[in-house]
Design a binder for this molecule. Structure first.
Ligand SMILES: *[C@@H]1O[C@H](CO)[C@@H](O)[C@H](O)[C@H]1NC(C)=O
Ligand SMILES: *[C@@H]1O[C@H](CO)[C@@H](O)[C@H](O)[C@H]1NC(C)=O
Ligand SMILES: *[C@@H]1O[C@H](CO)[C@@H](O)[C@H](O)[C@H]1NC(C)=O
Ligand SMILES: *[C@@H]1O[C@H](CO)[C@@H](O)[C@H](O)[C@H]1NC(C)=O
Ligand SMILES: *[C@@H]1O[C@H](CO)[C@@H](O)[C@H](O)[C@H]1NC(C)=O
Ligand SMILES: *[C@@H]1O[C@H](CO)[C@@H](O)[C@H](O)[C@H]1NC(C)=O
Ligand SMILES: *[C@@H]1O[C@H](CO)[C@@H](O)[C@H](O)[C@H]1NC(C)=O
Ligand SMILES: *[C@@H]1O[C@H](CO)[C@@H](O)[C@H](O)[C@H]1NC(C)=O
Length: 378
């Protein structure tokens, strides 16, 4: 309840009392969408009095999360609060396609598309607590999250190339090359997504979105034990933002990515504030085109052999680069070199404020203040 405003909580109480014994889909029967958008509460409890949707939701395979999203969406948008707890979803089954090729992108939980090109749907999905701080006590080891909202996938469906836990669905209409993007205005926060070690799973596939704001979110792509193994599978992307050709801005602030393969792929309109990355095989790819702007404020990378790939960047400007520790392994050196090799140029598409690189896993120690400071001051 920490983050809830008093007002919001009163609304929640009222709704809960109202709906105590009715079925989930009979909620908000007289609420005109234009004047009051729905607020629904999802719980991991099997007790229906603790939320509007949950494991008790009829025929659900997502603890009611998908049903809550569909409900709010079809009422013109609104807000979904996930109560603290672990939501264990079975990733062996029921993957929903994100585009017409069901063997390419799919997700367990997917954000549907508005019915018209000209309709925008605001949707907020937030956990009630804080996101786990993976930076804490975490040099070379992963300390598993113990609180907040954890969406944890068990099982492994390998029939799709890029399965994700949360994905944005592409609308069936639109143009050729870039198409129309899903016109949801998505705000996603205070959620940790965990996938099994060495699975094919990615965390957040927001590729088909128009405008997304991801804040205080985490992707834990490995087993929570000992040293982080090098991630193996190309599907394991912690966060994929809408790419080149998207129409709206992407904002990411306070994002933790632990143990993944494909890095963070960013769009041509990304504003990336505080991001902590531990272990990535293929680096951090930021793409821009024309004079579209990317902005990277603070990037703290603990182990990322390839580093930042700015092959698509036409102009860039690095404000400062701060190696917090002396790097030792060849891989670390190559990543440091990669950063250092980028020449100063006229300010343009990409601005990097601070890039911090911190040693190799299991060997170095440092303190965990950097990201906390960044997050608390932003
Ligand atoms: C229940 O879910 C299954 C699997 O998604 C689906 O095939 C079936 O039609 C659903 N049943 C009802 C009554 O909605
Ligand atoms: C809900 O999450 C808690 C952890 O916060 C867990 O102990 C409990 O088993 C979960 N309940 C269900 C039904 O999965
Ligand atoms: C997940 O689904 C698969 C396929 O239906 C099943 O074999 C497996 O036991 C399920 N796992 C869990 C943890 O429910
Ligand atoms: C895996 O997901 C695909 C795509 O949605 C689906 O066709 C297939 O049935 C799923 N596999 C299992 C074992 O459920
Ligand atoms: C990280 O900081 C938190 C408080 O901000 C502290 O409780 C924790 O012990 C610190 N961890 C390490 C390894 O220094
Ligand atoms: C997931 O599938 C891949 C490919 O089949 C396999 O190598 C891996 O061990 C599986 N992981 C789990 C957790 O089942
Ligand atoms: C950088 O990204 C581009 C485009 O994805 C790719 O073609 C290239 O191989 C990458 N370079 C490195 C060093 O990974
Ligand atoms: C933690 O690291 C920051 C940045 O490197 C440094 O300024 C600060 O003094 C350190 N704090 C402690 C307690 O070591």
């Amino acid at each position: 309840m920490t983050k809830w405003s008093k007002e919001l909580f009163s609304i929640f109480l009222l709704i809960s009392i109202w709906n105590g014994v009715t079925l989930a889909f009979q909620k908000f029967p007289h609420t005109p969408a234009a004047t009051r958008l729905p607020l629904v509460v999802v719980t991991n409890s099997t007790n229906p009095s603790e939320g509007d949707f949950g494991p008790f939701t009829f025929n659900t395979s997502t603890y009611g999360i998908q049903e809550a999203i569909d409900f709010v969406f079809h009422n013109g948008g609104g807000r979904i609060i996930l109560k603290n707890g672990i939501y264990k979803l079975n990733g062996s089954t029921n993957l929903l396609p994100l585009d017409s090729s069901s063997t390419d992108r799919a997700a367990l939980i997917r954000i549907p598309y508005p019915k018209s090109d000209f309709q925008y749907v605001p949707l907020t999905i937030e956990g009630e607590g804080n996101v786990w701080n993976y930076q804490e006590g975490n040099l070379g080891t992963t300390k598993p999250p113990t609180d907040g909202v954890i969406i944890q996938v068990v099982g492994n469906n390998t029939s799709v190339k890029k399965p994700a836990v949360i994905g944005i669905q592409m609308p069936p209409y639109g143009g050729s090359t870039y198409g129309f993007r899903n016109q949801v205005i998505l705000s996603l926060g205070y959620i940790t997504v965990r996938v099994p070690a060495n699975s094919y799973w990615g965390a957040y596939d927001l590729y088909y979105g128009t405008s997304v704001d991801v804040h205080h979110a985490a992707a834990d792509m490995d087993a929570p034990t000992a040293d982080i193994p090098e991630p193996l599978f190309p599907s394991m992307i912690a966060l994929q933002l809408p790419e080149v050709g998207s129409y709206g801005p992407s904002i990411v602030n306070g994002f933790f990515a632990v143990g993944y393969y494909g890095g963070i792929l960013t769009s041509s309109h990304a504003s990336l504030r505080a991001i902590f990355i531990q272990s990535c095989k293929n680096g951090f790819l930021t793409e821009t085109n024309a004079n579209h702007q990317n902005y990277i404020a603070d990037l703290l990378i603990q182990w990322c052999p390839i580093g930042i790939n700015m092959s698509h960047v036409q102009y860039y400007y690095i404000a400062s680069y701060d190696a917090e520790q002396t790097v030792t392994s060849p891989a670390q050196k190559s990543w440091q070199k990669h950063i250092n090799d980028i020449e100063f140029s006229a300010p343009g598409s990409v601005v990097i404020g601070h890039a911090h690189a911190v040693g190799s896993p299991g060997k170095l120690t440092t303190n965990n203040s950097t990201l906390l400071n960044i997050i608390s001051s932003s």
